[in-house]
Write a protein that binds this ligand. Sequence first.
Ligand SMILES: *[C@@H]1O[C@H](CO)[C@@H](O)[C@H](O)[C@H]1NC(C)=O
Ligand SMILES: *[C@@H]1O[C@H](CO)[C@@H](O)[C@H](O)[C@H]1NC(C)=O
Ligand SMILES: *[C@@H]1O[C@H](CO)[C@@H](O)[C@H](O)[C@H]1NC(C)=O
Ligand SMILES: *[C@@H]1O[C@H](CO)[C@@H](O)[C@H](O)[C@H]1NC(C)=O
Length: 495
Amino acid sequence: MTITFFISLFFLRVLCKQAQDNYRTPHTSVQPFPPYNAEIASIYRYRQQQSVNLGSWFVSEQWMVPSIFQCAAAPQNSEIDIATGGCDPQGILERHWDTFITRQDFFNLSSLGINTVRLPIGYWSLGPAFLQNTPFNDVASVYKNAWPQVVRAINMAAEAGIGVLVDVHGAVGSQNGQPHSGISDGKTNLFSQNSCCVSNVVGVQLLNEPENCEELTDFCNACTVPDFPLYMHDGFDFDRFITYISAQSPDFIVQDHHSYFVYTPKDNAEPARNHTDDVQTTVAAQLASSNVSLPHNLIIGEWSCALTPDSLKDEMDPQQARRAFCMAQEDVYSQTTPGNSFWSYKKEDCDPDWCFLNAVGNSLPSEFFPYGSPVSPAQKILISSHKPQSLISPSISGLSRYHHRSQTIAQHRSSNMSSETRSYQEGYKEGSVTAQKFAAHGDKLGFMGQYMLTGVEGRSMSLNGEVEGDPYRQGFMQGLRDMEREISILLRLNI
Ligand SMILES: *[C@@H]1O[C@H](CO)[C@@H](O)[C@H](O)[C@H]1NC(C)=O
Ligand SMILES: *[C@@H]1O[C@H](CO)[C@@H](O)[C@H](O)[C@H]1NC(C)=O
Ligand SMILES: *[C@@H]1O[C@H](CO)[C@@H](O)[C@H](O)[C@H]1NC(C)=O
Ligand SMILES: *[C@@H]1O[C@H](CO)[C@@H](O)[C@H](O)[C@H]1NC(C)=O
């Protein structure tokens, strides 16, 4: 199938200049975003992400929210079927946007240690002005109050300290012909766009699960905005994207990989415990080993606890089997990648496979804080004012492990250190300061390789690309680890 790509920066403009009136209605005003704060934005964009998807809020899928499909047009599958259906589609959708997820949901998520949400929106969410000559052309007015709701969602997340990955889930004409891209007629063609200047927007994802094709990587090239994270689904071609992302460095491009175990005959034939085993071995190794390529900007943007009935049929205790499978995923993804996002937060039939609200505290941990528990305001002050032990007495062990064994500690300390040693120490110091800065916000650094490239203010450096032989990087990692350990101890002493 031939796919035509139309590239536009209009989403960037929409977010940055949302006060423009052409897509505003007289009845609903668009909230302003708080003023941009570069320091907050940096924390949100680089930290370790514990995320859930807010699926079927702005991109409706029948299997998740059947109640709003009751009057939808055939085949009652996706967003457009509601818009073209009966019973006041505008009223149905506006009520849904108002009530499906509320301010309290964001505060609840934050109280569990969830610090990011992935927010699927469709191009229809941008409002009627963007729907001319699209399949939504004739029902554009249904969406006249859609964009203010998206802005409101982003601002509610900000109030709760939550970052938002805006996922343009349905691209114009649909990017893969599946119902979740808003179109039920199976046609594929493309159109997409970008963003940047809202502190708690951690990135924009251009396309969700596009068909894997040659044009995909060209498409990313054309869309790059410096310093602003752009997320890109890998079209299920994991290795090709690893290489691609490395080649884009130092641009902040993130590979989004989705991890499901229910869609192939092979998945169906495997018992639950084999899947758990695979997650802990093959999958863990694949994700971890990808860190030999810099900068390791890889998230698992969708995953769930779902297993097929066949996978569970021979398990003595299916609930326990699902729990082991789900916990293994949570553990592996959070250990080996800078972010993972469960699909999905909420669903009308809130089952243990797909619904975070059901799984949390059952098949999933009951909280997700990087330091094990919430960091109180008093502890944040304590962390900020902490005098790092690791810097007072630099980690000689790290240094000597890095350096050739023949060199003695005395040499490391001499005033004419080799430039490699100096690099190591510079990295060590920055790693240490960075861990402290993120901890003072209750977070840990996630996108470490990218942070070394573009996150440290006033320094534009290129890493030499050689992971093992790069002294700055080795120092940074050691300094970060030492400080994170120090802070864990500090927090345990001061709870
Ligand atoms: C938030 O959490 C509280 C306490 O667990 C619960 O009672 C309430 O229903 C939750 N609210 C929402 C909107 O999920
Ligand atoms: C599941 O794992 C068991 C034990 O490792 C193995 O014998 C069996 O062949 C596996 N089954 C499938 C379908 O992969
Ligand atoms: C890569 O991952 C492995 C396993 O998780 C870890 O031991 C190693 O330190 C990582 N290397 C880098 C450069 O991040
Ligand atoms: C380092 O300093 C010592 C004496 O201070 C000198 O003998 C040595 O040659 C110097 N090494 C280098 C690499 O400059």
